[in-house]
Design a binder for this molecule. Sequence first.
Ligand code: SF4
Ligand code: SF4
Length: 507
Amino acid sequence: MSSLTHKIPSYFKVKIDQDLCKKCKRCTTHCSYGVLSFNGEKIVSDDDKCVACNRCVAMCPGKAIRIIENDSYLPPHGNYTRRIRNIIWRQSGDGGVLLSATGNDRPIRVIFDDLLLDACQVTNPSIDPLRETIETKIFFGRKPQKLEFNYNIETPDDISLKTDFSPNFEIDMPIMIGHMSLGSISYNAVMAIYQAVKELNILAGSGEGGLHKDFYEYGPNIITEIASGRFGVDINYLQNAAGIEIKIGQGAKPGHGGHLPGEKVNSLISQTRMIPKGSDALSPYPHHDIYSIEDLAQLIAALKEATRYKVPIGVKIAAVHNSAPIAVGIARGGADFISIDGFRGGTGAAPRIIRDHAGIPIELAIAAVDERLRQENLRDQITLVAGGSVRYSADLIKAIALGADVCMVGMPVLIAMGCRVCQQCFRGLCSWGIATQQEYLVRRLDIDVARNRIINLFHSWNEELKEVLGAMGIDSVESLRSNRDRLRYIGPNPRIAEILGVKHAGE
Ligand code: SF4
Ligand code: SF4
């Protein structure tokens, strides 16, 4: 039987209008996947290699290129969909675990889309954000259970605060850029992110790849990560950060470690991660020194000691079936913040089976964790960070109303920088200079342009947040947190509304 019998039909077709083509060959150099070439007469395409990154379309001066879905791909089938047949074909070809990138792309209903926001009418006035102050600042870190004062009735003017405050970081918007390591994304992408968070006074995660010396000046806005591989962890890394996060899990790959292939470990990555050049950076699935909440509490205590109790220490878990009791254990273990990453969360590389099928939606996890922390009288002490496909300001606002203090945002930041969500980050060939370490590709990402686009994006989110708070008659984002009565459910499954603690629209 010919091997052609088992050739996977291409997903995309590259259409080149030869009348418009100027034969400048620009597209052939811009395509990092080797799709386009010049055969001496005209540009030709190898459609099997096309990932629809759209770089050629954007760069073509003649507007001669179109990329379309291959509609003759396969006969339709409701059960054995194009996607499932593609998976079977690829696995029967190479016998391996399929990798993918970005977030879960299965067409699963997004609960955020089934939630509606409330607005004031007549009886409680709304607030005009153009004329009145609406506070979007929040304090990131542990809060005391109660405030105690030194006070003497005989000298009533002599009053001072007795309660010791844990370290808190003040941020101007309830937004943190999620952990994307140098290695998973390029130097220019990381630099753009760090410059943007400094300008916005928000936070960014370092990912598990250590912190290159060039980024130390942005440390006051960076939460560094301690993952199971402990890449790049030394005392400088710990002491040059706004906070430290112990990564137990990630939404895109719950129960999994990390894998940066050796090809991506160039000298920049090798120095930053403190591993030999060209070696695979594999972080184990579990932390081999954490098998209980007590072990976790010990690491939290050790990190507090190492940072002289000056920065908040948190723990990140993937949203899974029992996130709520785990979160309680983390809070009791001394963490100052908990990050929960939902099953639609992004990644640079994950086994597709895990990315697409493990974990639970962040909306349900926020509600469950918030509720349980409340029952245990812990909620007001700890900062709850939530992520896993917070796509735009509407999701941010709904996540906060469900119970999050801060949202982690990843993919929108990449998209703002130019990402076309082609899901090929793990190959290291990103034609937009984002998820790559190839020098000639990295140079394509202009740091200033990327930084400014991130700044604009979050300015607009924050303005929209103020618009919504004003319409709700709320003057501070902290008062929106866990205010689920300002949400209503319109989806098809009332049980979801029950778990969320949200009434149905009309109630
Ligand atoms: S970039 Fe556009 S105009 Fe230039 S060779 Fe390619 S298709 Fe033709
Ligand atoms: S970062 Fe680059 S490789 Fe990854 S999805 Fe976006 S465009 Fe594709």
